[in-house]
Design a protein around this ligand. Structure first.
Ligand SMILES: Cc1ncc(COP(=O)(O)O)c(C=O)c1O
Length: 427
């Protein structure tokens, strides 16, 4: 009989090679993923899991969907007479057609006031491009960001990510309090508090504000939604003071919450996308208005902001396919309908809980908040035993969030609800 290596034996190997911080290894029921298709992941023993985390929201069309396969196939054959598409274009020097097509399509999918795109690879890189744009545009040095914000943990993005956890050991870079290079206010705060910070930053000796960065729906913090009226006020304040307003829609954008962007309703100046844009391939994008993006100088031979893999052709081609799919008529309605059903199912489960449990979410970005520290993580351990994967989230691990593929089904939604029903009394 074939001796299949266990998840534990693979993890023992990982522990020997990897830096200790990189991978969380749960005490019970650890998984090492090997294969996947559609909404399902298979671990090294062949056990199947329903994936409702979806690559942290990146797998907009599930695992190995048809269109990614088509692309891979195009790359996997060829010779000098019939060469395959270019795998690595010299993005900032000799652009690829894939990159140009993506930028065109992205702008076509967005409100017309957005006219410029800057591509990158990861979400944090997109956030950093946006921050740099705002710094160039205003000449300021400090941002207004919101409590619970997660914009990535690269060295620039870390300054506007709130959680002190991610800053431990790096406070000297983020200032001694770990928050000193940004102003922090609660999401949906009193709008006068924002006015106060803007006013204070305009005084002669103060550090000038460079912009405002916000997730219209906070993801990692446990799905907290900016209220529409409040967001409209924020837009007005940013406009009145000529402060670039950055929407970080890396988690909530590109269809995840049933819309391509919140900037179709709220006039942000810069929007960041990532995750779902690439359907599992790494790519991110920043779009901005002509006015703000003109802060970048013309390229006379050297890009001031660049990266080896920016605008990677294979990732860009995936993103083109994603945009084509999500721009089809009724696609957003499909996400909203499925999301509403999911939400209703979660609310029904929450009512059966022995203590207060709340549900928050839009579209296929749904969260269940168990109300106290660590309970989301406990619930996730139990869900994993039921062969369902979500993501523990929230400031203190109080939630589980679900970001399944856009192609998931009502049947899969019901499987998750059933698994939650079975564990809810034990959390
Ligand atoms: C809203 C938001 N911004 C930025 C990031 C950082 O993206 P990445 O992990 O691709 O750097 C994330 C990641 O979860 C995110 O949720």
């Amino acid at each position: 009989m074939k001796n299949t290596p266990s998840n534990e034996s693979w993890l023992a190997r990982l522990k020997k090679s990897e830096v200790s911080d990189a991978t969380y290894i749960p005490a019970t029921h650890p998984i090492v993923m090997e294969k996947a298709y559609g909404d399902f992941i298979y671990d090294v023993t062949g056990k199947q899991y329903l994936d409702f985390c979806g690559g942290f929201g990146a797998l907009s069309f599930g695992h190995a969907p048809e269109f990614v396969q088509t692309l891979f196939e195009a790359y996997s054959v060829g010779n000098h007479k019939n060469p395959p598409p270019i795998l690595h274009g010299l993005g900032d020097l000799y652009p690829s057609t894939a990159k140009i097509l993506l930028e065109e399509l992205l702008l076509r999918a967005l409100p017309p006031r957005f006219s410029r795109v800057s591509l990158a690879v990861t979400g944090a890189q997109a956030a950093e491009t946006a921050l740099k744009t705002a710094l160039l545009y205003t000449g300021g040095s400090v941002f207004l960001a919101f409590k619970g914000a997660y914009h990535g943990v690269d060295f620039g993005a870390l300054r506007v990510t709130e959680s002190s956890f991610f800053k431990q050991g790096f406070e000297s870079w983020c200032s001694s309090s770990g928050t000193g290079l940004s102003h922090w206010l609660p999401l949906n705060c009193n709008i006068d508090d924002i006015k106060e910070i803007i006013w204070a930053s305009q005084q002669k000796t103060a550090r000038k504000l460079a912009g405002i960065i916000i997730e219209p729906v906070q993801g990692r913090a446990g799905i907290h939604i900016a209220q529409p009226a409040w967001l409209h006020n924020l837009v007005s304040l940013a406009k009145e003071n000529d402060l670039p307003l950055i929407f970080d829609e890396i988690y909530c954008g590109m269809g995840r919450t049933g819309r391509i962007t919140y900037a179709d309703e709220f006039e942000a100046d810069i929007v960041c996308f990532g995750k779902a844009l690439g359907a599992g391939m790494p790519i991110s994008a920043v779009v901005g208005t002509e006015k703000v993006m003109a802060a970048w100088p013309p390229n006379t031979g050297e890009a001031r902001h660049t990266g080896t893999f920016f605008g990677h052709p294979l990732s860009a081609s995936c993103a083109v396919n994603v945009l084509k799919r999500i721009s089809q008529p009724n696609f957003m309605e499909h996400i909203l309908t499925l999301g509403n059903n999911f939400h209703a199912g979660l609310v029904a489960v929450a009512k059966k809980a022995p203590h207060s449990v709340t549900v928050r979410g839009k579209g296929l970005m749904q969260g269940i908040d168990f109300g106290s520290s660590g309970k989301g993580a406990t619930a996730m351990d139990k869900l994993r035993e039921k062969a369902v994967i979500g993501l523990a989230a929230g400031e203190t691990g109080e939630c589980i969030m679900f970001t399944p593929s856009f192609t998931t089904t009502q049947k899969h939604v019901e499987l998750v609800i059933k698994a939650l029903e079975e564990i809810i009394a034990q959390v």
